[in-house]
Design a protein around this ligand. Sequence first.
Ligand SMILES: [Zn+2]
Length: 97
Amino acid sequence: MKMIIYRCLSVLLVINMIVIVYFLTLANVRAAWICIALIPAILLLQIFIVRCNKCGCSPGLRLLAIWTLLMDFELYFADTLLLRKCPKCGSNLKENR
Ligand SMILES: [Zn+2]
């Protein structure tokens, strides 16, 4: 269940980006800023929602750290959608509840 929420948040993040561009084309800067403020909120939720039962690390934080360093948002998005195993110990995240 948590993994489903995690993936939904990733999709929401991309939709949010589209909404920001939409508001900017309408020159609605205030609405665009509200959406921009939502991005860190969604990212933080993603970090805390998924946690490995075995080693206790949070895969969301690892993914975010790696892809922020490499400045590749598309791959971060792809990784969150395809995340099944803990990147540290390799245990299946679906077993986590
Ligand atoms: Zn682990």
